[in-house]
Design a protein around this ligand. Structure first.
Ligand SMILES: Cc1cc2nc3c(=O)[nH]c(=O)nc-3n(C[C@H](O)[C@H](O)[C@H](O)COP(=O)(O)OP(=O)(O)OC[C@H]3O[C@@H](n4cnc5c(N)ncnc54)[C@H](O)[C@@H]3O)c2cc1C
Length: 391
């Protein structure tokens, strides 16, 4: 049963309960099968849209829910509790393409894309990474050249979440000329409908975890686009992507929290059922202390993630706090799922029990949308800035 959280408003509690009920009914019963068969279920995406979960942060004028960031985070946490792969689909769609269009798009672009995204008719994706540029994202090579008033896109993107089923991908490409590379200041963000001639879905990755989520490479073979494909300024795409990744990181933090909470609940239940030496293993204090530590870390992670979300709702998008939330929640998810496998003993190592999947799902939260090392760099930079600006 979902525990009460007195720190949430009544509206936040309602959305949280709705997400939990959906996760229990529509996600949990299928999570094992989706993981085994690597199934991405577009029908579930449509059901998320019916709940309003694909336009959570969009204002009502674009058919969105107009929810605050904390409400979005608590909903995402519950969806991840049910199935982490579905949570990353929801997180990418809401936090990256939808927010990028809302924040940087022209009114015409917003009217064209946002209502259909909120209704689930258009699923969004985000393509920044390439084979040679991950953490060093500004080193990307895909490029866009002017074609009259429009653009032609060429290059390859890697690991695009939702990539094979998406209808619209925000793709970052170089707009500077080969002889005049401008690093992060020579990159544009383009709205690319996936039915554009020349847009080709490449290899579907066979992943360790999050196997119910699609991760594909994309090839851009002379993709011709009109002038309305460019988001904002032609050389600001990298800035837009980095700013939007702040929200993405909060989404990943919420996802990690949902995974950790699920693992903790499984471990507590199992510790009460499994008997060794004539008693339930929960009666051994060594094991009980492990559960207490797991619960404490999950609560600490929740405190940090919710605090980062509340800061957003107060108008302060603090990269340090978001980085800390992503770092701590993802490392907590990895630690708690590792302990959960231990509580299950040999059974925890088998695919028959969900903690094995949760352990695999947790790992990538330490990697995508900025690795743990990159989060530490972001945090560290702000510490140095604070020291040097002191009188
Ligand atoms: C399942 C999955 C889904 C993804 N979805 C998307 C998506 O939808 N869109 C998208 O654009 N990308 C996506 N990615 C890519 C993801 O964001 C990158 O994998 C991530 O940013 C890391 O880049 P990399 O894999 O190239 O690792 P690298 O950058 O090569 O890093 C390798 C190691 O070196 C460390 N490292 C690198 N630089 C430094 C440094 N300066 N200091 C200290 N350590 C450093 C890293 O932390 C890491 O441990 C996805 C990845 C995965 C696995």
């Amino acid at each position: 049963m979902l525990k009460d959280d007195v720190t949430l408003t009544d509206e936040q509690k309602q959305v949280r309960a709705l997400a939990r009920e959906f996760a229990e009914r529509e996600l949990r019963p299928h999570a094992e099968e989706w993981d085994r068969d690597q199934t991405f279920d577009r029908g579930v995406v449509q059901k998320l849209a019916e709940l309003g979960f694909l336009g959570m942060l969009l204002p009502p004028e674009y058919d969105g829910l107009g929810a605050d960031v904390l409400t979005y985070v608590v909903a995402l946490e519950q969806i991840a509790w049910g199935d982490a792969s579905v949570a990353i689909t929801m997180s990418v769609h809401n936090s990256l393409p939808a927010q990028m269009i809302l924040k940087y798009g022209a009114e015409e672009q917003k009217r064209r894309w946002l209502p259909t995204m909120a209704r689930g008719a258009v699923l969004g994706a985000f393509a920044l990474s390439e084979a040679g540029s991950g953490s060093d994202a500004a080193a990307l090579q895909a490029h866009a050249v002017r074609d009259g008033s429009g653009w032609i896109l060429r290059g390859q993107k890697m690991w695009v979440t939702n990539g094979a089923s998406a209808d619209l991908v925000v793709i970052m490409c170089r707009t500077d000329r080969p002889g005049e590379r401008r690093g992060p200041r020579g990159i544009g963000a383009f709205l690319v409908p996936t039915d554009s001639p020349g847009y080709k879905v490449g290899k579907k990755e066979d992943k360790m975890g999050m196997r119910g989520s699609e991760t594909v490479s994309v090839v851009l073979e002379d993709v011709r686009l009109g002038r309305d494909a460019l988001l904002g300024e032609p050389d600001k795409g990298f800035v837009y992507a980095m700013q939007s990744l702040q929200g993405g990181r909060l989404g990943v933090a919420a996802q990690a929290l949902g995974i950790a909470e699920a693992a903790l609940e499984h471990a507590i239940r199992y510790a009460g059922e499994r008997r060794q030496f004539g008693r339930p293993i929960k009666d051994f204090q060594g094991l009980g202390f492990k559960l207490a530590d797991m619960a404490t870390r999950v609560e600490a992670a929740r405190g940090l993630v919710y605090r980062a979300a509340r800061a957003w709702d107060c108008g302060a998008q603090d990269p340090r706090l978001t980085g800390m939330a992503k770092l701590y929640a993802s490392e907590t998810a990895m630690w708690v799922t590792t302990q959960a496998v231990q509580v299950f003993g040999g059974y925890g190592y088998m695919k028959d029990y969900p903690v094995e999947r949760l352990f695999r799902d947790a790992k990538v939260t330490e990697i995508y949308e900025g690795t743990s090392e990159i989060q530490r760099l972001v945090i560290l930079r702000t510490l140095y800035q604070e020291t040097t600006t002191e009188p």
